[in-house]
Design a protein around this ligand. Structure first.
Ligand code: HEM
Length: 177
């Protein structure tokens, strides 16, 4: 596999940087197994929690600005969708992580898992809190939870993209194992 400067993170014996994936050629099989005709289901699902978590923050901000209860109700639905679709994405990602040796052997996959589970707990708290009264939940705690969720969504999504675009996880049916 070709090396590039972005994915060169470990130092070899001669001081040269060695790609963490290329340094373990036995684990090069990192294809997706939870997939439809080779298209990873996790990658298809993650768009929903990402978009809905950001939409929750947008709806909260619009409720704060306009005072229109419509936006508080929109935030309730968006936060519920973000959590439930996030759990669905998390299940597909976890099964993939556990089933594909070349994915579960990489430390970066587990970093993504830990970030994602923290994100799911924030998304769950954000939705559950609103179920107790969606309008009064927005200010201040709802919108603060939405800000927190947006930051964690960014970190989790960015790191997931790194797994695919830098480390080629879930993509490459090459190698021996
Ligand atoms: C909870 C457990 C999760 C695990 C174990 C997990 C695992 C993975 C794995 C193994 C990949 C590499 C591609 C693949 O094999 O499909 C990946 C990619 C990705 N993950 Fe997760 N993930 C989890 C949750 C999430 C959540 C909640 C999000 C939402 C922010 C997310 C966002 C992403 C993104 C954006 C990618 C890159 C997809 C692409 O561009 O193809 N993951 N994840």
């Amino acid at each position: 596999m070709a090396l590039d400067s972005k994915s060169s993170e470990h130092s070899g014996g001669d001081g040269a940087l060695v790609d963490p994936i290329a340094s373990h050629p036995h684990f090069h099989r990192t294809e997706s197994r939870i997939a439809v005709a080779g298209h990873p289901i996790h990658a298809m699902l993650v768009a929903f929690p990402i978009a809905l978590a950001m939409s929750t923050l947008g709806a909260d901000a619009l409720y704060w600005w306009t005072g229109d209860p419509f936006w508080a109700r929109a935030a309730l639905w968006a936060s519920g969708g973000a959590f439930l679709m996030g759990v669905a994405a998390g299940i597909s990602g976890t099964v993939e992580l556990l089933m594909v040796r070349g994915i579960r052997i990489r430390a970066a996959s587990w970093t993504h898992f830990v970030l994602a589970v923290m994100l799911l707990s924030i998304l769950g708290a954000n939705w559950g809190f609103r179920l107790t009264g969606y309008e009064q939940a927005v200010l201040p705690w709802g919108i603060l939870l939405s800000c927190f969720a947006a930051v964690f969504t960014g970190m989790t999504g960015w790191h997931g993209g790194k797994l695919v675009f830098d480390y080629h996880l879930g993509t490459a049916p090459i190698g021996k194992d």
